[in-house]
Design a protein around this ligand. Sequence first.
Ligand code: CUK
Ligand code: CUA
Ligand code: CA
Length: 610
Amino acid sequence: MYKYSLIKNLLSRWTLLAIGSIAVVFAAFLIGGEMAPQTVEARSDGALRTKVHPGELDDYYGFFSGGHSGEIRVLGLPSMRVLKRVPVFNIDSGSGWGITNESKALLGGLYVGDTHHAHGSYKDGTYDGKYLWVNDKANNRVARVRIDYLETDAIISIPHVQGTHGLFPQRYPQTDWLIVNSEFRTPLVNDGRGDIADESKYGGVHTVIDANTMEIICQVMVPTNLDLAATDYQGRYSFATSYNSEGGATISEMLAADRDYLVVFHWARIKKALADGDFKVVDGIKMLDGSPGSDLTLYVPIPKNPHGVNISPDGKYAVASGKVSPTASIIAIDKLEAAFNGELSPADTVIGEPEIGLGPLHTTFDGRGNAYTSLFIDSQVVKWNIQKAIDIYKNPQATDTAVVDRLDVHYQVGHTMASMAETKEADGNFLVSLNKISKDRFLNVGPLKPENDQLVDISGKKMVLLKDEPAYIEPHDCIIVRRDIIEPVVKHRPRMDEHPLATTESSIERDGNKVTVRLTANAPVYGLQKIEVNEKDEVTFIVTNNDEIPDLGHGFAVSDYNVNFVVGPFQTKSVTFIADKPGLHWIYCTNFCHALHLEMRMRLIVKAKA
Ligand code: CUK
Ligand code: CUA
Ligand code: CA
């Protein structure tokens, strides 16, 4: 600091600038050799490309799964600022998710979730900005978030499965199918009848969902478990890692074999089996048999208990990580058809198996031929060159390594994801390392410390750690999407008629003991000042925010009635409750909307039964 100000005093601003730019160029040369691709506009002040000054906007949206908080988080990158929390499978007092009738109808009485993998909808191999989907590992559901409002708009339950885990949308030609894996093997009919303790009768299920209607198209049963998921870039295959090829029910049983599988699913053959009626129907679901020997699936042997599977942005390779093995396996996607046709053994589709470090979990890409794999045990992200790994595999005498660089991360990284890396437009600018443990990186906040999501610059040859960002429990995965894809899509204001009950005039209707109140909210007043009901009446409030001003929300809290939600501009939300507490209950606006916000309240009078 002292030295810096001294030098600054000695040199004029212009000399500094000149030296600065030379230094930046030289540093980039030293670090990289490869210069950053110019997808992110150079900042006018020449500051570090990762800095986002107050008032500036980020270059990327990050959509982070929220783990067992049950939500999705929207971040801006590179600042790593949390912009929004989108409640999905949880109850959220801030927005009223889980309180309103609309959200309760989607949640179906289940208020916990475990979101691991959020992925966006695709057109021609890149994001189209329409939807996100996310899994719920705890209650076996899949939710869809519409990107225009960044709100959950559909939730479905997946039957016949537990541990709903890997999820991936079709990438080409567009997202019509969505596939989701079940990590835990279960009895197909799990109703407590028969010998459900006999694990040899359990299986895993690869579920195919219609991404538009959110209906289940079919399920493909396999005897093994199915963990992470991916789809190719040609609309031909989906992939699932399997770490329990043993069909075990205990940890030692699941670790018995030296190799497990990458299971590949053949979409044209699945479609043909559906058209030919080659399935059985279980609980109304078309159930296809993908056991070994079926022509729908290919079982590629992968070293011990693999975890992640990711597809390189050029569409050529699937990379499956070893977890218990220190290797990543490279599968040539253009060899799969020959293997499906029996002209090649499944093992021969593996064209590289670089040794990269301990505990490899997930792999991401920079679009320049390099892969970045998270190493849980080594607490590192390792950068390795795919072509080099393939060349080395071909030559048994090779003593070379495909590893280009290693970066220590803090600590115990799960997923890692680079900007646009799950699209053909991977740009190799930034990478996020989602670390499970932060131990000494932040102020202590009790026995459970925050997680640590670290931002890394990958534009050069060496990775450069830029930022630590504490995270609430516990994001697993993220996608990083260019701002120009998302920002134009996100609406400032919904169309009022999107909710069938939207109202511009307040009214009270009584039908027996049912009272329906339509209520407008315009800063700083509700459309009614007082409502009288009788004890035990069923009261429904339908609240429409009629304010013309974008970004102006009104809250609706009913004192002592466990009701609190917020209504965004032109939005309508409703709530129903039994008026079982007689007395005066102030209804008030929770969202600071006006100088007279505190006065924005009305009376609910519940008259006691005689
Ligand atoms: S899993 Cu959590 S670190 Cu559910 Cu994607 Cu690998
Ligand atoms: Cu409306 Cu505060
Ligand atoms: Ca195993």
